[in-house]
Design a protein. Sequence first.
Lengths: 384, 288
Amino acid sequence: MNISDKFIIRKSILELAKTGVPRASSIDQQIKRSYNEREMEERENLWDCITVLGAQLSRPPYDPYRESISLETSLGRDCNKKVILSMPLLIYDNDTAIEKHSLQSLHTALNMLAVNNRTILGLVSESAAIKDRKYPFFQRIIDRPAEYNFEGVILEYKGTDSIQILQNIRKEFNGPILIEIIDDAFRENTGQLLDAGADGIVIDTVRITLKGKLYKDTHAIAVIHDARRVINQHYKGKDNDGATLIVAGDVNNAGKIIKAAALGADIIGYSTSLLIANAENDQSEIDSNIETTAERICQHILGTKGELRGIPAAMGYSNFHNISPADLRTSNINASLQADINLEGIDTTYKNIVEKVLNEYLLLNGLQIVDNEKQQLLRLIVGR
Amino acid sequence: MCGICGIMLESYIPDFSIGSILFQMMESQQIRAQDSTGVAIFNRQSNVDKLYTLSYFRETLEGYKIEEKTTLEKLDKLLVKLKQQEPRVTIISSSKEMKLVKDVGLARDLDSRYNIRSMKGSHGIAHLRIATSSRVTPYNSHPFSTTVIPDIAVVHNGEITNFSKLRNELELQGYPFYSNCDSEVIAVFIADQILKHGNIERAHHEFIKKADGPFTYLLATDQSLALVRDKFGARKGIFGYNPGGDKYPPFWAMATDLSALEIVGANMYVEESQPGKPIIFYKSDKQS
């Protein structure tokens, strides 16, 4: 056991002594989580290696105070009861159970946002929905629910059985159904799930990069890029009628949200614990209560909304969803390889440069190989 | 800072050269842009129903040269054949009654090469380009067309900022692109919408809804000519009417600058097109 583990235990004991309330999650879980986080930290942070191109002379920026910069996002393809979000965010409870007091603060904050600020955000939770809500609630489930007292469903993918469950829910429920996939199964099953009636796919980049065999040594950007490619390939030759890609995981600030959206995410799963952490009173304050926490959550969300409107506007877009991979540049070869991002200055991907050199080599030496062999050779050289 | 202009005769006059009007409008706006120019003019001929014409640039030692191939078969077959036999050509347009020419240089250079002043037809559009996002080459000049359906041409001033996203979506549907210019996406998008709904007005509305950035464009089909501005009206676009007289027959003219309307006497009912609301002029069946 190292110092940081001891620190977690000490912090938990102190908290218990102070409040007299046992923790919802065990200390073991906390320690395990911190290992995962440490592993993530050791990896190269490719988010910071990507830049977003701003507006150019011929493409003047919009003024978000004057022009309407749209952040609206629709969920549910052919559903009668579509969910329209005012921001491309779902407040998403990742894997730790949320404390009751915090959930109440969040509920109050989302109601305040909907009523006072006309900002509708979705809440995803395993807990039961609170009744007097003014926002859409997405219930996380693993099996067919007994009743449908919510606006949307997030069904965890547990193999082929989930497809049957999905089809059954689709028959009974007329709102958006999203499927959460926590390993690299999304590569094979996304098309089948969309055909079976799913309105979107939720991918958790943290879990996939930690557990997915194909993504062991990669960064979240590779997962987002590949998930978007899988959806695009499924719709090849026809229109995408509104199937969405929701990215949950380590996307937790406006900069990362924009980059994830450019790589293909339609909606970002925003961590509840992070939102609470941003808004909770610190330990020294005594007057911590639901209302003050809720107000701080509101302020944080409205601040994020301003940033999310400002960044596309500075790029010359009036709609958040118009951001595309063409707006990204990197000087990092890994980032270029993992998400097909153009390199700075030369506006082409690293893989394209290697392919060009390979073609010239083959031509010079009079070698002829079929396209499949060439792609294999290319993968061998660049490692992806 | 590109310049665009277009005209639509109130009634078709077989022997009247609308190229001469377009040329004057182009010259009056030449100060806006000097990189390249181009025109597309629509002229219905008697044997046109069965013939498809495919225009393309061939790179020669003297530079780029426009060539044409005509077919009675399906256009796809001709495209495949052309790609196999001559892989180094760049497709410009597919047409039944449209004539599209473009090149680098000024309007007068284009006229001395293709004699645009003598071109006859019912309606047409023209463009003066100053390059912003892609290289100055004949194939990146406007107007842009598509091989998705024949007889579509577009000239555009501004930038479609989300063109990369729109182009990816259209490419996934299997539509071909022949340049790197953002303007080509307008022609392909409208062609796709016409194939899906058959309604040109709806097609323009869909484009306004989907496209982002500051733009004004003129899009001509065999039956119509539309002046379209983005929803914020970030780029100019005006139109006016010439009631006709000794010199000209009655016609509607559209342009970026007022000078282009004044020089050809289209100074009646001069108006700025409303942002996000396409103005569509339909070809008259009347013939004088």
